[in-house]
Design a protein around this ligand. Structure first.
Ligand code: HEC
Ligand code: HEC
Length: 246
């Protein structure tokens, strides 16, 4: 029995790993030839991100992983810290966040100063560099991604009207506003915008008291009347020209 069951079990595990993108991560993190801390290491470690986010950070719908290429480094850095500390990606209903969280934990080099462990917003002072910051800068340096295929068909007119309430923080073109810590959203995949709005509205994202910016956005999402308004907004936002700093 066991001799016939074990290859099947191995196959099942391989399939599971492949499906979650973990096999590539395991391979990448077992490498002993990492460059010294700094931009070259961030670039090498980006190989851990590509199974889900794509070779150029353009996102992969099948992995429910958004396009991250060209997002501003301040936003990427903050989100990586939020995933690492469980501020984002800990809610049981947060399918995408729960996939991303372990990836963020694997990120910094293991030689973290004990003093930094107490502070989730500061870690990875390794060889005089901050691996999280270096990765954020690498992601930000990638060229803006192409638009992803549409999956939602809603009312663009209603979406445009609702978007007036978003422009104050995210900009009239959806290009974001660093002063408000509001990221660019223009041209993000409709399924991603829809999921995030739903997550904010239902306390799956932005309900942790340490999530200052997330709580602001959650307040806005809770004010959106119904599922149709989320879909209308998601379609409208996804059709705006991609606006990322580079
Ligand atoms: C196993 C798949 C997977 C891997 C590997 C992965 N991610 Fe993610 N990542 C996701 C998913 C899924 C989301 C969407 C989370 C959500 O829906 O809230 C995400 C979200 C993010 C976000 C937030 C984007 C936003 O607009 O808020 C950033 C930043 C990010 N990932 C960076 C990275 C980096 C850097 C790496 C490599 C170190 C990485 N990811 C590896 C799956 C992955
Ligand atoms: C008062 C300011 C404010 C307003 C108004 C606002 N947002 Fe946000 N939004 C934010 C902030 C701040 C964040 C970043 C949250 C974080 O850091 O996790 C955010 C995040 C988001 C995200 C997640 C982006 C990502 O990459 O994961 C989406 C989607 C979004 N907002 C859409 C909207 C839409 C649609 C509206 C209009 C209905 C809107 N926002 C109105 C401040 C605002």
């Amino acid at each position: 029995m066991s001799t016939t069951a074990s290859p099947l079990a191995t196959k099942a595990i391989r399939l599971l790993l492949a499906a979650s993108g973990l096999s590539a991560v395991v391979l990448a993190s077992s490498s002993c030839t990492e460059p010294a801390a700094g931009p070259a290491r961030a670039q090498a470690r980006f190989a851990q991100c590509t199974p889900c986010h794509g070779d150029n950070g353009e996102g992969k719908a099948l992995q429910i992983a958004p396009a991250i290429a060209g997002l501003p480094s301040w936003y990427v850095e903050q989100q990586l810290h939020h995933f690492r500390s469980g501020i984002r990606g800990s809610h049981f209903d947060d399918l995408g966040g729960m996939r991303m969280k372990p990836m963020s934990i694997a990120l910094p080099c293991p030689r973290v100063r004990p003093a930094d462990l107490a502070n989730p917003m500061k870690d990875g002072d390794c060889e005089g560099r901050d691996d999280v910051k270096d990765m954020a800068e690498y992601v930000a340096s990638l060229p803006s991604p192409p638009r992803m295929a549409a999956t939602i068909s809603a009312s663009p007119t209603a979406g445009r009207q609702l978007f007036a309430a978003c422009a104050a923080c995210h900009g009239a073109d959806g290009g974001g506003n660093p002063a408000m810590k509001a990221p660019p959203i223009a041209g993000h995949a409709d399924w991603y915008v829809y999921t995030q709005l739903k997550n904010f509205k239902h306390g799956v994202r932005g309900s942790n008291p340490k999530d200052t910016q997330g709580m602001i956005m959650a307040g806005i999402a809770k004010g959106l009347p119904d599922d149709a308004s989320l879909r209308n907004l998601a379609q409208f936002v996804s059709e705006l020209p991609v606006r990322r700093p580079n």
